[in-house]
Every structure is written in structure tokens, then in C-alpha cells.
Design a protein around this ligand. Structure first.
Ligand SMILES: [Zn+2]
Length: 169
């Protein structure tokens, strides 16, 4: 049996979700390659339609609120209307910040799947300057939202490693 399948099940993923987490990781790598931060998201409607996928574009747009989740939700709302986000699932390569977690609740998404937990990813980003604000207390406000955190974490570190390597060059 391939170990990816075992890891996915262990992390609480549905069988078809590992590919969506890996897609977010791939998009995050591409974001780093063009000078953005190492985050990306894939938003899938409750009926399975991929509404939008994209990455953190803060460095390029100059908009400090353009986190991957915000970028993807904003674009999906423009294209499909806010009602399409109800019950949707967002796949992210890293744990959402509290701003994004709050917006996820605001638009009634039903499921959040992220790979790398905040405690793991912060050292790659902050050099100790960003305070830790885990998303769990925000998501706890909506017990009907399912959150799967740390999915495929160990194989999903590459965007963060690339980000650090790029900063050093
Ligand atoms: Zn955020």
C-alpha cells in the first residue's frame, strides 16, 4: 500500500482529498517562484465544483489582506456569488490565519483542510517576529465546520523551505 494513502487516512482526509492538498502545495511552490509568500488555496463547492484556486499575492498586489484564502474566496464570490461558498471546502497548504479563518466562517464554508500547522510553519516565516495566533479558537466558534489540520504535513514543507532558500539568495 502506498504510504500517501495511509497518511491521508491518518490525517482525517477523505480518499479524494489528498490530491487537492497536494495541488495547494504545488500552487504555493509556484507562488514562491514568482516572489510571493508560500501559501495557496483551492476552493471546492459543496457539489464538488472547483470554484477557484490561487495563492497569496500580497507581494505582487501590495494588498496586505491578499492572503491565499482571501484571494480565492474574493475571486470565487465575484465569479459565482457568495451563496456558492456555503458548505464549500477550502484546501490550504498552511494553517489559515485568524483573519482568513474568520472570513471562512463569515461565508459559511463547511470544511477546512490544511497541511502545515501554524506551529510548524511560523519559524519558516517570521524569524520570531510574527506572533502565534492559531486558528482553532476561531473555528471553535462554528462547531458545524469540520477542520482537518496537519494533513500530509511532512510532505508539504517544500514551499516553506523554498521560501527560506529564496530569502537567503
Ligand atoms: Zn490569512
Amino acid at each position: 500500500m502506498d504510504t500517501g494513502t495511509i497518511a491521508a487516512i491518518d490525517a482525517g482526509l477523505k480518499p479524494d482529498e489528498a490530491a487537492l492538498v497536494r495541488r495547494a502545495v504545488q500552487l504555493a511552490c509556484e507562488a514562491v517562484e514568482i516572489g510571493n509568500s508560500p501559501f495557496a488555496a483551492v476552493l471546492v463547492a459543496a457539489d464538488g465544483e472547483v470554484l477557484f484556486e490561487g495563492s497569496n499575492v500580497v507581494a505582487k498586489s501590495g494588498d496586505p489582506f491578499d492572503h491565499a484564502e482571501m484571494h480565492v474566496m474574493r475571486a470565487a464570490i465575484k465569479q459565482h456569488g457568495p451563496a456558492r461558498l456555503a458548505g464549500a471546502t477550502i484546501y490550504v497548504n498552511g494553517e489559515p490565519c485568524t483573519m482568513c479563518a474568520g472570513t471562512i466562517l463569515r461565508y459559511a464554508l463547511g470544511r477546512v483542510v490544511y497541511a502545515v500547522r501554524e506551529e510548524t510553519l511560523l519559524p519558516y516565516l517570521s524569524q520570531g517576529t510574527i506572533k502565534s495566533y492559531p486558528s482553532a479558537p476561531v473555528f471553535a466558534l462554528a462547531p458545524d465546520v469540520t477542520v482537518v489540520g496537519g494533513a500530509l504535513e511532512s510532505e508539504s514543507l517544500r514551499p516553506f523551505e523554498m521560501f527560506v532558500a529564496r530569502k537567503r539568495t
